[in-house]
Design a protein around this ligand. Structure first.
Ligand code: NAP
Ligand code: ZN
Ligand code: ZN
Length: 350
């Protein structure tokens, strides 16, 4: 067992505070990673405040983890001490079900372990995430980091990156397609970068007029202020695919109407309260689809990281100290993040 410093929430209405706990001693196939940086995802906030239900306290959030390997088990083949390594939203799964056999571990049909707030199959305790100085993970769930990328800007790729990359690939974003991204937050800004890099005509929908110039710099061909009905209407029946990253309930009809026949609106944002039910006519009259997507499997996450290495893509980040996390959550709720907070974990070691 090794002592680990972290930050935890102890109740839904309590601020996060310093918390010390034990990580398991690395098993034969485990990699121990000293965490350099951890991104701050809106899911961390939803979980810390129990907005989805099911939070077990204390909870140590954080699933956008990058760092260096400090120890490996005897049977580890892919990593050695000193290597860069990354961990995303998953730290285990059954490895045998049809989903796992296709490396779609995020859709495991039996038991998977999220990086935090899941029962840990190795210890029987709950998993604790990346708001901490180190983590121990089976090498099968550890990713390789391209050496040319800025390490802090790489952390958000492990959730915001893969959660947008996976559906964009699944629904064929590329040259000749018109793709919308709703919300310019952590996920949304990665969605814009990927849709642009994949060659799609990329349109960003935002509620924040102050983000228009940034969206264009990040790769949007057009930006629509979603509160402006005329601007929205100009895009009616024109999109192949729209990715909704918003962390709050919104009208889905406003976006379904913008899809062409057979177009798909995919939800990745998971608000604590449900969206109002869409009008069925908006689906049936044009054979449109309403879909969802959860992060990505290990194979695709590695593919995404390698794609980022080739295209030199990282997140636009604002670095914070661990003790600034509560203020960062408040700013995230005001959509005041450009475009991902990343915690410098050295701030917890000093
Ligand atoms: P975020 O950084 O807070 O970004 C959300 C963005 O949504 C905001 O920046 C804002 O963009 C827009 N927005 C916020 N409130 C809004 C409202 N009331 N109406 C319209 N737009 C609003 O959050 P994130 O980290 O990107 O996460 C987004 C959501 O995805 C969260 O619910 C999170 O839990 C979920 N998530 C899902 C998965 C998955 O696998 N499916 C993975 C990770 C995260 P504008 O200012 O541009 O309007
Ligand atoms: Zn996340
Ligand atoms: Zn499985």
């Amino acid at each position: 067992m090794s002592k680990t410093a972290g930050y935890a929430a102890h109740a839904a209405d309590k601020a996060l505070e310093p918390f010390s706990f034990e990580r398991r001693k690395p098993l034969a196939t485990d990699v121990q990673i000293e965490i350099a940086y951890c991104g701050v995802c809106h899911s961390d906030l939803h979980t810390a405040r129990n907005e989805w239900g099911g939070t077990t306290y204390p909870v140590v959030p954080g699933h956008e983890i990058v760092g260096r390997v400090t120890q490996v088990g005897d049977a580890v083949k892919g990593f050695k001490v000193g290597d860069l390594a990354a961990v995303g939203c998953l730290v285990d799964s059954c490895r045998e079900c049809p989903a796992c056999r296709e490396s779609l571990e995020q859709y495991c049909e039996r038991e998977m372990a999220f990086t935090y707030n899941s029962p840990d199959p190795h210890t029987g305790k709950m998993t604790y995430g990346g708001y901490s100085t180190q983590i121990v993970v089976d090498e099968r769930f550890v990713l390789r980091v391209p050496k040319n990328l800025d390490l802090a800007g790489t952390a958000p790729l492990l959730c915001a990156g893969i959660t947008t990359y996976s559906p964009l690939r699944q629904w064929g974003a590329g040259p000749g397609t018109k793709v919308g991204v709703v919300g310019l937050g952590g996920l949304g800004h990665m969605g814009v970068k990927f849709a642009h890099a994949l060659g799609a005509h990329t349109v960003l929908f935002t509620t924040s007029p102050g983000k228009v110039e940034d969206a264009k710099r990040l790769g949007a061909d057009e930006v629509v202020i979603s509160k402006n009905a005329d601007e929205m209407q100009r895009h009616a029946n024109s999109f192949d695919f729209i990715l909704n990253t918003v962390a709050a309930p919104i009208s889905l009809d406003g976006y379904l109407e913008l899809l062409r026949r057979d177009g798909t609106l995919c939800l990745v944002g998971v608000p604590g309260e449900p969206h109002p039910s869409p009008n069925v006519f908006n689906l049936v009259l044009k054979r449109r689809r309403l879909a969802g997507s959860l992060i990505g499997g290990l194979q695709e996450t590695q593919e995404m990281l390698d794609f980022c290495g080739e295209h030199n893509i990282t997140a636009d980040i604002e670095m914070i100290r661990m003790d600034q996390i509560n203020a960062a959550y408040e700013r995230m709720l005001r959509s005041d993040v450009k475009y991902r907070f990343v915690i410098d974990m050295d701030s917890l070691r000093k």
